[in-house]
Design a protein around this ligand. Structure first.
Ligand code: GAL
Length: 692
């Protein structure tokens, strides 16, 4: 199970039966008196809302005690929504267990690495591996599915909510028991586990499965492979919960698609979504922008990666915010225009749904200062007018519903195993930030106006790409090493960086000199790492500077070209960036952290052998983001001006769906978005032949 077989997004239809884009929000009517519900439907219709996610946090209302059910209010809301022409993505309501359940069964509460219980009082206080929780949750799912199976408002199921948002790592006895089961399935024998975990070190050898524990607070660094396996197990345990709920739903409503909202956004690291994609009928994502200089790029990067996880089929933006959130140290409002532009960037990257948390801003509770589609100020507000305007824009863009994101020529590989393993403790540096490394490459490519796909390393066919960038691809097992070698020999161009290809799937170092798994392909050998202190830099002879990391590189093969040398630092005059021409392709290595500026300066040389160039005019590069979607008839060209100055886009023709009219090109104002439709001249290209 890797990427979804097909995207079963429940598209709303217009009067002629044509697909529309989805527009909507989480809807929490139980927070409001009944009188407000009719008003909600009126405003939803005014805004063009055609779908809501319902009952996400309703368990305590739906099942007030273990033996009583109260579905009356939900029946009424479902009926009202249906009468209003609004579809329902109905939650299974299992996200937050009710007080009666935790009072009767405190053994479902998660436990931290230091042995503290996470008590009820907030939400998601359940152990992914608790059999007691599972039993109660599935009972609720069965009730929901049976009751609403034939309700005409039901268009999709929403399993739980953001699985793992607050409870990804649980160190309880239930977790210990399930972890042992997971390890038995992975290793079969204790000998294999002892080997994989390297337990000859520090007298850790296990003689019985029952001795094994999650990596609870220990006296010093816990075993690294135990830590890595616990991360893999924890992601799998949550996926297992998703599959268990799904099984009940598909038994009762086989024709209703099932989804669950992922969190591909910075700061969320625990769930290997590339591996989860096959568990849903369409991929959904929640994304919130966080403060920071690269936050525009980060939005694009995450939307792009979500598309990669979805196999470039359309996906569903299940949540983002109309304005400020409530969970950052300071919650800044969005700037004028951000709401529409951010939403359209997700659409550009393949989102066929634009939904928000939440419909009506709460008056009470922890999220009362979190924005919504209807703010505290009510319908007579700038924000609600923006919401209505966005609904109109999405109506205009209806023709692109169902189109796929057109693959770029460059791919950036993203890998959860490498993310988890490279940032573990007791490493050469604790300053490495895997997500930031990948994002920097993305930002640098954007600056040069080059489109790139961000794709999962394990599940993506590399053949269609002319250039593959693998930043900090730390874990490289033999099959991946072979695949990368085959790709290069067959004519592909690979760029990788420091701390890549260092360990195998067991977190064991490939011996004989780094980067062991790709040493031959790259034609280099590294004897020692040279991490740098925070703030320290080394100069390079292309007039840029490196930080964080350096390597002591010797060049092994005669066909290796040194593109850049260190000018200062411990490894002064040694190679800093190398490239080997091998087979029909090339393999390049970047040994220090260059940051966005340094990467943008280096990239033209790295791109040269692949022939990849920007398809944007010079003046628009770095400010305009360009993404393409296509179906069999049309290509949809998105241009988003993210800068402060007007961006000229000469020589463009096509039907303007939104944006300034295009005679022979146009100028895009700051913050502006244009979408052009052109005929698709050809069927999607077959993958390039890279069979070596
Ligand atoms: C998400 C969650 C929503 C809401 C939102 C606030 O993590 O699914 O229920 O809490 O964040 O930003």
């Amino acid at each position: 199970m890797t990427s979804p077989r097909t995207s079963r997004i429940p598209y709303p239809k217009d009067d002629d039966g044509a697909r529309r884009l989805v527009y909507g929000a989480d809807y929490n009517p139980e927070q409001w008196p009944r009188e407000v519900w009719a008003e909600d439907i009126r405003l939803m219709r005014q805004a063009g809302v055609n779908l809501v996610s319902l009952a996400i946090f309703s368990w305590a209302r739906l099942q007030p005690t273990e033996d009583t059910w109260d579905f009356g209010w939900l029946d009424e809301v479902m009926d009202l929504l249906h009468a209003g022409g609004i579809g329902v993505d109905l939650a299974t309501a299992t996200a937050s267990p009710p007080p009666w359940l935790t009072a009767a069964h405190p053994e479902i509460l998660p436990v931290t690495a230091t042995g503290e219980t996470l008590w009820p009082g907030a939400r998601q206080h359940w152990r992914p591996t608790s059999p007691v929780f599972r039993e109660h949750a599935l009972r609720l799912v069965r009730e929901m599915a049976t009751r609403y199976a034939d309700h005409p408002a039901l268009v999709a199921w929403h399993v739980n909510n953001e699985l793992g948002c607050h409870n990804v790592y649980d160190y309880s006895d239930d977790a210990a028991h399930a972890f042992r089961g997971w390890l038995r399935r992975r290793y079969t024998t204790l000998d294999a586990l002892n080997h994989a975990w390297g337990t000859s070190f520090w007298s850790q050898r296990y003689s019985d499965w029952d001795q094994i524990l999650p990596p609870r607070l220990a006296a010093s660094h816990p075993n690294p492979t135990q830590q890595l396996d616990f991360k893999r197990f924890s992601s799998d345990a949550l996926k297992d919960h998703l599959l268990a709920e799904r099984e009940v739903l598909t038994e009762i409503t086989p024709n209703t698609p099932v989804t669950s909202n992922f969190m591909v956004m910075s700061g969320i690291k625990g769930m290997n979504y590339a591996d989860w994609a096959g568990a849903v009928d369409f991929v959904s994502n929640d994304h919130y922008t966080v403060l920071g200089p690269q936050n525009r790029d980060e939005l694009s990067f995450c939307a792009n990666l979500t598309s990669g996880i979805a196999g470039h089929r359309p996906w569903f933006l299940m949540e983002h915010s109309t304005n400020a959130v409530n969970w950052q140290p300071v919650n800044l409002p969005k700037k004028p225009g951000d709401l529409g532009r951010d939403s359209l960037l997700h659409v550009a990257h393949g989102a066929d749904a634009v939904c928000f948390f939440q419909w009506r801003q709460s008056a009470a509770g922890a999220e009362k200062y979190h924005s919504a589609m209807v703010p505290h100020a009510g319908e007579d507000s700038e924000l609600f007018r923006d919401v209505v305007a966005l609904g109109h824009t999405l109506d205009v863009l209806a023709p692109l519903a169902g189109s796929e994101r057109e693959p770029a020529r460059v791919a950036i590989l993203f890998d959860w195993d490498s993310w988890w393993a490279s940032e573990q403790d007791s490493h050469p540096t604790s300053l490495l930030d895997y997500h930031r490394e990948a994002l920097d490459w993305y930002s640098a490519l954007m600056r040069l106006g080059i489109r790139a796909d961000v794709v999962p390393a394990q599940t993506t066919d590399l053949n269609p790409y002319d250039l593959v960038i693998a930043p900090v691809l730390h874990v490289v097992a033999q099959p991946l090493a072979k695949e990368l070698t085959r790709y290069v020999e067959g004519g592909g161009h690979l760029v990788t960086t420091y701390f890549s290809a260092i360990v195998d799937e067991n977190d064991h170092v490939w011996l004989g000199g780094y980067p062991g798994a790709l040493r031959e392909l790259l034609g280099i050998r590294i004897e020692e790492f040279g991490p740098l202190l925070d703030g320290d830099t080394v100069d390079l002879d292309n007039d840029t500077a490196g930080s964080l990391w350096t390597d002591r590189i010797s060049v092994d093969a005669t066909d290796v070209e040194t593109l850049v040398h260190y000018r200062t630092g411990t490894y002064a005059s040694r190679p800093a960036v190398t490239r080997r021409a091998t087979g029909r392709g090339t393999a390049a290595y970047v040994s220090t952290r260059l940051g966005v500026d340094g990467l943008a300066a280096l990239l033209p040389r790295l791109l040269a052998p692949s022939g990849v160039a920007s398809d944007l005019p010079e003046a628009a590069r770095g400010t305009v983001e360009h993404v393409v979607r296509r179906d069999s008839d049309s290509r949809y060209l998105f241009f988003v001006n993210r800068g402060d100055a007007p961006a000229p886009l000469p020589g463009l023709s096509g039907e303007v769906l939104i944006g300034p009219s295009a005679g022979d090109g146009f100028t895009l104002p700051p913050g502006g978005t244009a979408v052009l439709r052109q005929p698709n001249p050809q069927e999607p290209l077959p993958p390039a032949d890279r069979s070596a």
